[in-house]
Design a protein around this ligand. Structure first.
Ligand SMILES: Nc1ncnc2c1ncn2[C@@H]1O[C@H](COP(=O)(O)OP(=O)(O)OP(=O)(O)O)[C@@H](O)[C@H]1O
Ligand SMILES: [Mg+2]
Length: 145
């Protein structure tokens, strides 16, 4: 388990994996997790590791599909807003219904691009690329809009 707010500098994928799995332990159905950070910083990697805690082992980047849906011990919706050019693309797929779903855990990469659709209560994972295998991971709980 980790205590939030939480911040750490990791030196390897192994460490990121460990943090992501510890974070997953605190997640409950209905929770929303946004992931912020540059291309290739490890957002998908973090979601993949978190989902292993729910017995979901086939997480891939949802950038072309917008959303991937998984079911293990928890239901997971994994979004990537990177390719969204107009917020209506999100309304068209029923983003509000997804966000209101109390049974699922939702991960959203590049959520900062379309903040208006993100409910005020959410976890924020900020990942900063420091070096090839080195990242700063900051986790906080937000309650704002
Ligand atoms: N400490 C680390 N933590 C996470 N990923 C790492 C680490 N060290 C190296 N990597 C590598 O960095 C890459 C991260 O890629 P990933 O697809 O997860 O990034 P992303 O943030 O989802 O990118 P995008 O913005 O394109 O969606 C992977 O190839 C992963 O193996
Ligand atoms: Mg990604």
């Amino acid at each position: 388990m980790i205590n939030i707010p939480f911040s750490i500098i990791v030196e390897s994928e192994f460490d990121t994996d460990r943090i992501a799995k510890s974070f997953a332990e605190i997640l409950l159905p209905g929770d929303i997790v946004i992931l912020i950070g540059n291309l290739g910083c490890g957002k998908t990697f973090f979601v993949r590791s978190s989902c292993i805690s729910f017995g979901i082992t086939n997480v891939s980047s949802p950038s072309f599909a917008i959303v991937n849906e998984y079911e293990g011990s928890k239901i997971v919706y994994h979004f990537d807003f990177y390719r969204i050019k107009n917020v209506n693309e999100l309304y068209d797929i029923g983003i509000d219904e997804y966000m209101k779903n109390a049974e699922a855990i939702i991960f959203i990469e590049w959520a900062d691009l379309w903040k208006e659709v993100i409910p005020k209560n959410h976890y924020e994972i900020q990942i900063d690329f420091l070096d090839t295998n080195k990242r700063k991971i900051s986790i906080s709980k937000k309650n704002e809009k």
